[in-house]
Ligand binder design. Structure first.
Ligand code: FAD
Length: 369
């Protein structure tokens, strides 16, 4: 009979995978960890979305990979392949954005090397129940230390367009009609303006708010120790309000975005409007549903344990754990987008590392008691 495992990760996407690589790097063996997921390829969900918006380069910078340590990252691979030090120089200054192809190759190689497939259990976990000595994962066993990484709870569509036969979500595969309306004004929308224009379409950008221009999806200072400490010093309600203000539409500055749009606007092929008008196709670059209540596993966890929440987020300790269900003997932690109250950029690869490293720290403290 297999020995019971102590550590579980629920959710086999990029956040769960990055945490897994961190645990393995920290000395845990594949037969000590169970990863529950719906697809054994950790990039499966991400690949489809990135391919749908024809993403070629990662938005994340030097830390945008799944290795447990931040450096050297993916720049070394590219420098060796292209026989140039340029990517290495760029990565030192945080200017390096790897290609999507390089990133996916890296995920495949790390999957192979890390023992991921030996730990992976093809199953959806429907309930996490607090029990003596850990957490019962409804039919899948009891684990002492559990990291929840369920990802986004689904795609968001504007309710008024939900029944409109012309819509396609930007994160679902699609081509472009001659006259396209793109709803939204964030990174996915900007990518879709440029894609549709490159395909020869005319574009109406339908937006409620003007986008901010910044390289990352949250202000850079919250990636720093000091910025994060200031965030953690605030009350949960204040943290929630800050997050709401940061998570408005934004996309990076730069000529690659501006030039095609300015040229198309000059030629009458791009304009901003309040309504979708008579477009043949409506591309909804409207992101994901927001809030734990849209995820059945998290909604049940909150309801059954009376967990504190703020505006759709579970209130977490700075180390991404659920305070009411974590002590020296057991851990319940959250990674990925539902972990934003601990780390505002939780829904990035850097955020996945943040949660994974703190989970590993708890495991280490427990082991050496
Ligand atoms: C188009 C796009 C581009 C992005 N580009 C970047 C980038 O360049 N850099 C960066 O840092 N970040 C980027 N991100 C953000 C982030 O890295 C991705 O969203 C990433 O996929 C998040 O990983 P995740 O594991 O949280 O979620 P996912 O990758 O969605 O994985 C979650 C997995 O958990 C499974 N699951 C859910 N609930 C359960 C359950 N109860 N039991 C078992 N399994 C479950 C799901 O089926 C899914 O397989 C991008 C996001 C998008 C959408």
């Amino acid at each position: 009979m297999n020995k019971p495992r102590t550590f579980a990760i629920v959710g086999g996407g990029l956040a769960g995978f990055t945490a897994y690589a961190t645990l393995r790097h920290g000395g845990l063996e594949p037969d000590e960890i169970a990863v529950f997921g719906t697809d054994s390829d950790p990039a499966a969900a991400w690949r489809r979305r990135a391919a749908s918006i024809r993403q070629r380069r990662m938005r994340s910078e030097s830390d945008g990979h799944c290795y447990p340590t931040s450096f050297p990252g993916l720049a070394v691979r590219e420098a060796m392949r292209r026989r140039t030090p340029a990517p290495l120089v760029q990565t030192i200054f945080d200017w390096y954005n790897p290609t999507v192809d390089d990133f996916l190759e890296h995920v495949a190689a790390l999957r192979e090397r890390s023992g991921w497939d030996a730990s992976f259990v093809h199953a959806r976990v429907n309930r996490v129940r607090s029990v003596e000595g850990g957490f019962d994962l409804a039919g899948h066993g009891v684990f002492r230390h559990v990291l929840l990484a369920p990802g986004h709870p689904g795609l968001a569509l504007p309710p008024e367009l939900a029944e409109d036969g012309r819509i396609v979500h930007a994160y679902e595969p699609h081509d472009y009609a001659d006259h396209v309306a793109v709803v939204g004004a964030g990174m996915a929308a900007a990518t879709e303006w440029v894609n549709a224009l490159a395909a020869g379409s005319s574009v109406v950008s339908v937006r409620r708010r003007e986008p901010e221009r910044r390289p990352l999806n949250v202000p850079r200072e919250v990636f720093t120790r000091r910025g994060l400490a200031a965030f953690h010093a605030r009350t949960p309600a204040e943290r929630g309000a800050l997050l709401r203000s940061w998570l408005g539409p934004s996309y990076p500055p730069g000529r690659n975005w501006d030039e095609p749009i300015e040229q198309a606007a000059g030629a009458g092929r791009f304009r901003v409007a309040a309504e979708v008008d008579g477009a043949e196709q409506i591309v909804c670059a409207t992101g994901f549903l927001r809030g734990y209540q849209h995820d059945p596993l998290l909604a049940r966890l909150v309801a059954e344990n009376g967990l504190e929440t703020v505006d759709g987020w579970i209130v977490l300790a700075p180390d991404s754990t659920v305070p009411a269900l974590t002590d020296a003997d057991r851990t319940l932690a959250v990674a990925g987008v539902p972990g934003q109250l601990a780390f505002p950029a939780a829904d990035t690869l850097a955020g996945a590392k943040y949660a994974g490293r703190r989970f590993l720290n708890r495991v280490r403290r427990w082991r050496t008691r």
